[in-house]
Design a protein around this ligand. Structure first.
Ligand code: NDP
Ligand code: OXD
Length: 309
């Protein structure tokens, strides 16, 4: 029985010693050295080349090396009868909440304006609200959204969360469905997207959604680039409907050098680093999932392919 590992070359070098010491009982093969495909039962993958998984006839379980699995669903030949486990790691959850808290605070405390003033040598106090007066709406109130919500709440922000199914989360206003989304947008001075990318959520951050937000709202997108209709963002920023956007993800990564987002004064960009996979904490989680699967026990965080996440 062998495990196939495939990620970026840099990530592969971080994982290699960890997997060797944590799973000495398994033969681990590092793509592109697949060897006999029939020997591979488990695949640990990030952005596998299309067709790679379909070429493994005895594959029993796929681990996506990230929280989102859209990188797997893009493969038209994905073997849909093999269960997919996504990565849920408290280390990553903490990282995402740090990113969201930082981004929300930057928008709330008018960082973009103060940076512009600093560059222009302008000493000018701007009117400032308290966090308690700045409602935050979170699209995607799952593992990451709820944790970010709790931490924003601890900072004083009123937080509402939107999900696909009705959810009761103590201390939060929650909603679901299109009507719930529109109500959440109308009441959110800062909107955070932590959705998975699915057919239902693609393009959800668009001109119509921005128009529903209170004028001057801020946007944080740490979900996927495909959530944002990129052509709609700059007009919303230039008209003042949005006051700023923090983007960790974009449609085409890395962002092309001539893309207007690089230089727009009201956009803060980071290169998909909000919550990176952390091999030292992720590897034991994967080892435990393999142990459970091999023992015939239920494995947590199996993706529901009918929902797409
Ligand atoms: P979860 O599956 O735990 O949560 C997803 C949430 O989105 C759930 O609340 C779900 O609703 C909701 N949702 C899904 N589809 C819809 C829909 N059509 N309408 C309304 N709500 C919907 O995922 P995580 O919180 O772990 O991760 C979320 C995403 O964050 C990942 O898929 C990935 O794209 C992104 N991510 C980005 C990272 C980065 O570094 N930028 C790092 C890690 C993740 P319900 O509760 O009803 O199921
Ligand atoms: C993930 C990511 O989905 O890093 O884990 O984007």
């Amino acid at each position: 029985m062998a495990i196939l590992f495939r990620s970026t070359p840099a990530a592969t070098e971080r994982w290699r010693p960890l997997l060797a010491s944590l799973m000495p009982e398994h033969e681990i093969r590092y793509w592109p050295e697949v060897g006999d495909p029939a020997a591979i039962e488990y695949a640990l993958v990030w952005q596998p080349p299309p067709g790679l998984l379909a070429g493994l006839p005895n594959l029993r379980l796929i681990f996506g090396l990230g929280a989102g699995i859209d990188h797997l669903l893009r493969d038209p030949d994905l073997p849909r009868d093999v269960p997919i486990v996504r990565l849920v790691d408290p280390y990553m959850t903490d990282a995402m909440s740090e990113y969201v808290a930082l981004s929300v605070l930057r928008l709330h405390r008018q960082d973009l304006d103060y940076l512009a003033q600093q560059r222009a040598g302008v000493w000018l106090e701007r009117e400032q609200k308290n966090a308690a007066e700045r409602p935050v709406g979170i699209l995607g109130f799952g593992t990451l959204g709820r944790d970010a919500g709790k931490k924003l709440k601890a900072l004083g922000f009123p937080v509402a969360g939107w999900s696909r199914s009705p959810q009761q989360v103590e201390g939060f206003a929650t909603c679901h469905g299109p009507a719930g989304r529109d109500a959440l947008l109308a009441g959110s001075e800062i909107l955070v997207c932590l959705l998975p990318l699915t057919a239902e959520t693609a393009g959800i951050l668009n001109a119509a959604a921005f128009a529903r937000l209170p004028r001057g709202a801020g946007l944080v997108n740490a979900g996927r680039g495909g959530h944002l209709v990129e052509a709609d963002l700059i007009p919303a920023l230039d008209s003042g409907q949005l006051s700023g956007a923090v983007l960790d993800v974009v449609a085409h990564e890395p962002l092309p050098p001539d893309h207007p987002f690089w230089r727009h004064k009201r956009i803060i960009l980071t290169p998909h680093v909000a919550a990176e996979t952390h091999p030292p904490t992720a590897a034991p989680i994967i080892r435990e999932a393999i142990r459970r699967f091999a023992a015939g026990l239920p494995v947590p965080n199996v993706v529901d392919l009918t929902r797409g996440y």
